[in-house]
Design a protein around this ligand. Structure first.
Ligand code: PLP
Length: 287
């Protein structure tokens, strides 16, 4: 059997999977999503992603489509049917299908739910992390509620494409004050010139990364010096090292920004150590 997707209560062939043309996710990006890393068929940072899903749905007043327990069963079944050992599972919940009208459907309609899964080559990820990646900087142009994980990702799409065209793996958004907010699909970190780990605080307009949060736990356990304070591009250029975190990238060393090397131009010791620790802890606690 080939790839299978879950769409509104059914498992269907991936090639045939579809939502209605008046699904509000399609017409208005009126939906939210989550992505879990999968290790050995189990979800990494499971609880954190479920909690953020609830929060995103609540902020947009989209109905919760099913209990966490039921959702967990459907996610697990999607992984099983796709024979995923290590990979990613994607969940999208849209407000539902209704005749096109900007305001919410009244009476409400059932939310639509789509789940897909894919395998990831862990060895290729390790090789990439051992080389490190480049990032490009771009002016922040997203809306003011990036804390909600919505499917309104056009600025992120354009940023990622700009990164790709520059031979980089990620784009870092920079706000009006010249401070880095986060990546197009990851949170941004540096070890600054003084050896202090820096990442932007979550009061700001950024996604509250689940991986970021787990890394903060590791940082506390290791007793590393940490300051949740934004940094400028100058500080990135003079940093000892840099990295990104996310369910897709895990912990990925950044060795260049806008074509200029960071530190000695190689993945740094803090990023490498946190990657190793994060992956073993995520594998151990996957549920
Ligand atoms: N920031 C943005 C804009 C993202 O899209 C993502 C993940 O997709 C992250 C940060 C990292 O979040 P998480 O660690 O929960 O995957």
């Amino acid at each position: 059997m080939g790839r299978v997707a879950y769409v509104n209560g059914r498992f269907v062939r991936h090639a045939d999977a579809a939502v209605h043309i008046e699904d509000r996710g399609f017409q208005f990006a009126d939906g939210v999503y989550e992505v879990w890393a999968v290790f050995d068929g189990r979800l990494a940072d499971s609880a954190g992603h479920f909690a953020r899903l609830r929060r995103s749905l609540g902020e947009l007043r989209i109905a919760v489509p099913m209990s966490d327990a039921a959702l967990k069963i459907v996610l697990a079944e999607t992984l099983r049917r796709n024979r995923i050992r290590d990979g990613l599972v994607y969940l999208q919940v849209n407000r539902g299908v209704a005749s096109r009208d900007h305001a919410f459907p009244d009476p409400p309609v059932p939310p639509s739910v789509v789940i897909t899964a894919k395998s990831v080559d862990l060895a290729a990820g390790e090789a990439r992390a051992a080389r490190g990646v480049g990032v490009v900087s771009l002016a922040e142009n997203r809306w003011g509620r990036c804390d909600i994980k919505t499917v309104g990702l056009l600025p992120n799409v354009l940023a990622k494409q700009a990164a790709r065209e520059a031979g980089a793996a990620e784009a870092w958004f920079v706000d009006d004050l010249g401070l880095v907010t986060e990546g197009a699909s990851s949170n941004a970190w540096i070890v600054d010139a003084e050896g202090v780990l820096r990442t932007r605080d979550v009061q700001a307009n950024i996604l509250r990364g689940v991986t970021r949060n787990s890394i903060l736990g590791l940082v506390a356990e290791l007793g590393l010096r940490l300051d949740e304070r934004p940094f400028t591009l100058d500080e990135v250029r003079s940093a000892r090292e840099a990295f990104i975190t996310g369910a897709g990238s895990l912990v990925l060393p950044v060795v260049r920004i806008d074509g200029v090397g960071i530190g000695d131009g190689q993945p740094g010791p803090v990023a490498k150590r946190l990657r190793g620790l994060y992956i073993s802890e995520a594998q151990r606690s996957a549920a």
